[in-house]
Design a binder for this molecule. Structure first.
Ligand SMILES: C[S@@+](CC[C@H](N)C(=O)[O-])C[C@H]1O[C@@H](n2cnc3c(N)ncnc32)[C@H](O)[C@@H]1O
Length: 217
C-alpha cells in the first residue's frame, strides 16, 4: 500500500505531462499520480532491476503502461517533472551533479530525502527556487518535501537550515519537528567531546530556540 509520504509527494506532480520517478522502487508513486490524473504519463527508473520487476508487476495489476528504465540517476528524458525521494541527501546531490543535464525539459523537481535537508538546500541554492515546502509525519519519522523550479535563489543561513517556505508558513508539523530536533540536540550536546562539533550543535540549539519563540505576524 502506498504511504502517506508518497501521497503527499505526488500532490506536487499535478498538472505536469510526463513524470519521471528516480529510484522508483515498486513504482507506487507513478501509479498513484497517473490513477489520480495528476500527470498524463510516467516513467519509473531505478539503479537496480529487482525493484523494477516488482514495479512492472504492479503496473500490470493496474493495467498501466508506465515505462521502466534501469539507470544510475536521471536517464535521458523529456520529463517535465522529476521526483527523487526516499534516499539520503548526499546520494540525491550526487545524482543531480552527475545526471541533471539529462533532463532538458525539466520544469519541476520534487525532492524528499530522509536526512540532511540543510545540505540539500545549500546545494540547490543559486540554481533553483524553492516554490513549496512541507513537513510531513509518516511512520514515526518527519520528512521535508522540497519542490524546486529553476531560478537564481540566494537563501540565507536560516533559510538553508529551516527552509524558506517552512519558516514563513510555520505549520504545526514544522513546529513539532523543531521541538523534537531541539530535544534530541539538548540530549546529546553535553556528551560531545569534539569542540567544533559541540559548538555547531550549540549553534543549532540557539537557532531553533530563536525560531520557536517567534509567533507569526
Ligand atoms: C528506499 S527506496 C525509495 C523508493 C521510493 N522512491 C520512495 O520514496 O519510497 C530507494 C530506491 O532508490 C534506488 N536507488 C538508489 N540509488 C540510485 C541511483 N543512483 N539511481 C537510481 N535509483 C537509485 C534503490 O534501488 C531503491 O529502489
Amino acid at each position: 500500500m502506498i504511504s502517506s509520504r508518497l501521497i503527499s509527494i505526488s500532490k506536487y506532480t499535478k498538472g505536469y505531462n510526463l513524470l519521471l520517478d528516480v529510484g522508483s522502487d515498486h513504482g507506487l508513486l507513478p501509479i498513484y499520480a497517473i490513477n489520480n490524473n495528476y500527470v498524463k504519463d510516467a516513467i519509473a527508473s531505478d539503479i537496480n532491476f529487482k525493484p523494477l520487476i516488482k514495479a512492472k508487476e504492479n503496473f500490470k495489476k493496474y493495467n498501466l503502461d508506465i515505462k521502466t528504465i534501469i539507470y544510475d540517476g536521471i536517464p535521458k528524458t523529456n520529463a517535465d517533472c522529476i521526483v527523487i525521494a526516499g534516499m539520503g541527501s548526499e546520494l540525491i546531490i550526487q545524482i543531480l551533479e552527475k545526471t541533471l543535464d539529462n533532463a532538458k525539459n525539466l520544469k519541476r523537481l520534487i525532492l524528499c530525502p530522509n536526512t540532511d535537508y540543510e545540505m540539500l538546500r545549500t546545494y540547490i541554492n543559486h540554481k533553483f527556487n524553492i516554490v513549496f515546502e512541507e513537513v510531513i509525519y509518516d511512520k514515526n519519522h518527519y520528512y521535508e518535501i522540497i519542490v524546486l523550479e529553476k531560478g537564481d535563489s540566494n537563501y540565507n543561513e536560516y533559510e538553508l537550515y529551516f527552509g524558506p517556505v517552512l519558516l514563513k508558513t510555520r505549520s504545526k508539523e514544522f513546529i513539532n519537528k523543531l521541538e523534537k530536533d531541539l530535544k534530541t540536540l539538548k540530549n546529546i550536546v553535553n556528551g560531545i567531546t569534539d569542540l567544533i562539533k559541540k559548538e555547531n550543535v550549540e549553534k543549532e540549539i540557539k537557532m531553533i530556540e530563536e525560531i520557536l519563540c517567534q509567533d507569526t505576524l
